[in-house]
Design a protein around this ligand. Structure first.
Ligand code: ATP
Ligand code: MG
Length: 349
């Protein structure tokens, strides 16, 4: 983890200004300094889509399946929805959606083959649902550079949509964590298996450290956060909770900062491929463990059962919510989306 931030250009610490939570969106926020005067004037008037990120440390847990089908559900509700494939090294949202006519995508935007993201939107089989594909010919775009990421985030604001859902790749690379952190709604997908649970905890730790690092305003604080990421640090800080306690001991200002960062970090946990009631309990157990050991609230928002219909929908390249909306798993997805929208947790069984 120590390799994580040393190279970081200081400008990236403005990244959080690109996106605001629902409550913050109403507040007046100073426009980023890089904007022209004209852009600054319109900045606070701009309405933008709600930005959701779907991440999770492990590959193959169902991030793309969930992004696709949550997107279909929102579009069926009459919302204008854009699915954005940010798994640039292993994009497959286009396959989940059965979109074959891909003449441009995110990578073309990053390579400046077109200027406005809106131009990259591809219609899907579902009315109101559009794709910004991650499929690519150029292999060197899998890890966008800092300036490319900033341009992408800046242009995202201009897309005319109600929701933009970002499908993230597996792992805890900086780009993945940054897209996750900048989202208004952060969906963390895990399956009830030890390897996935382990990776989800790692993703939670990494994204929280990354968030707190991005919001740190003094070099001393940034150094402390960086140091804490190394398990053998001299302060003996091993977890986000211990880092937060350490900050609180540094005085009222740091104590307020720690409190703000804890409040800001609210990912929603989704369990996929659930097979039993005991599997569902894993979600509640993870919620409890995050609070106890990390000092962080991770809300268990819902689960989706394991079902062969998913494989069939992938083989047929047609989203499950189009093929079998009334199936048991279709109902799971509807319940899950309801919980996300109403910010409800799964009641204990
Ligand atoms: N609820 C489910 N029931 C049965 N199979 C499922 C379920 N969810 C996902 N799968 C299967 O798991 C496979 C992986 O899903 P998906 O591609 O969405 O994962 P991912 O997290 O996006 O993976 P990656 O990180 O590699 O992009 C799919 O091919 C699908 O068949
Ligand atoms: Mg995927």
């Amino acid at each position: 983890m120590m390799d994580s931030v040393a190279w970081f250009p200081s400008k990236l610490f403005d990244i959080h200004k690109f996106f605001l939570s629902d409550s913050q969106r109403c507040a007046t926020v100073a426009p980023p300094s890089w904007m022209t005067e004209k852009q600054k004037t319109t900045y606070s008037m701009e309405q933008r889509a709600k930005l959701w990120a779907v991440g999770g440390g492990k590959g193959g847990v169902g991030k793309s399946f969930l992004t696709t089908n949550i997107g279909v559900l929102l579009a069926k509700e009459g919302k204008r929805v854009v699915l954005m494939d940010l798994d640039l090294g292993g994009a497959n949202l286009h396959t989940c959606l059965g979109v074959t006519d891909l003449d441009r995508g995110v990578s073309d935007f990053l390579m400046r083959r077109y200027e406005e993201l809106e131009e990259g939107l591809v219609p899907t089989q579902v009315p109101n649902l559009f794709l910004l594909s991650g499929a690519q010919d150029s292999l060197n775009i899998a890890n966008p550079k800092y300036a490319q990421k900033i341009r992408l985030l800046r242009e995202l604001k201009k897309i005319e949509a109600d929701y933009i859902l970002m499908d993230l790749g597996a792992g805890t690379s900086f780009n993945t964590l940054d897209f996750f952190i900048t989202a208004d709604t952060q969906l963390l997908v895990a399956i009830p298996e030890p390897t996935s649970i382990e990776n989800a905890y790692r993703f939670i730790k990494s994204s929280f450290y990354r968030q707190i690092r991005l919001y740190s305003e003094t070099p001393e604080l940034r150094d402390l956060v960086e140091e804490s990421m190394d398990r053998n640090n001299r302060h003996g800080i091993r977890t986000p909770r211990e880092l937060l306690l350490h900050l609180k001991e540094l005085g009222p200002e740091m104590s307020d900062f720690a409190e703000q960062q804890t409040q800001r970090y609210r990912p929603s946990l989704i369990l996929n491929q659930v097979r039993s009631n005991n599997d569902v309990k894993v979600g509640h157990a993870m919620e409890t463990a995050c609070l106890k050991y990390f000092g962080l609230s991770v809300d268990f928002r819902g689960y989706v059962t394991n079902n062969d219909l998913v494989r069939r929908s992938v083989l047929q390249r047609k989203p499950l919510m189009m093929q079998s909306p009334d199936s048991e798993i279709g109902q799971d997805l509807q319940r899950l989306l309801g919980n996300i929208l109403q910010r409800q947790k799964v009641p204990p069984s």
